[in-house]
Design a protein around this ligand. Structure first.
Ligand SMILES: [Zn+2]
Length: 89
């Protein structure tokens, strides 16, 4: 609780503790082409669909992580997973 450290913003994707309760959570994978389940709009790509959910549907970004999974030829694939939440009204 030291002052002078990170100043807490209002609810923002970078400040999860300030986020409101969410009534639903979705996971987006960088392996997917990216399409919106809410309006069937199809933003292209991982960052495109994330931005679409944030801007058009009011979601907040809760977490981004990477996972590894077995890919072709026993190589390891790195996959980014974004966790988005829809704030409770
Ligand atoms: Zn949409």
């Amino acid at each position: 609780m030291n002052e002078g450290q990170m100043k807490p913003d209002a609810a923002s994707p970078h400040n999860p503790e300030a986020l409101p309760d969410v009534d639903r959570v979705i996971e987006l994978s960088s392996k997917d082409d990216g399409h919106c389940t809410e309006c069937r709009d199809c933003p292209i790509g991982f960052d495109g669909v994330i931005n679409h959910y944030l801007k058009e549907h009011g979601y907040v970004l809760l977490n981004v992580r990477t996972v590894t999974e077995a890919g072709y030829n026993s190589e390891t694939d790195h996959v980014a997973i974004a966790l988005l939440g829809h704030p409770r009204k």
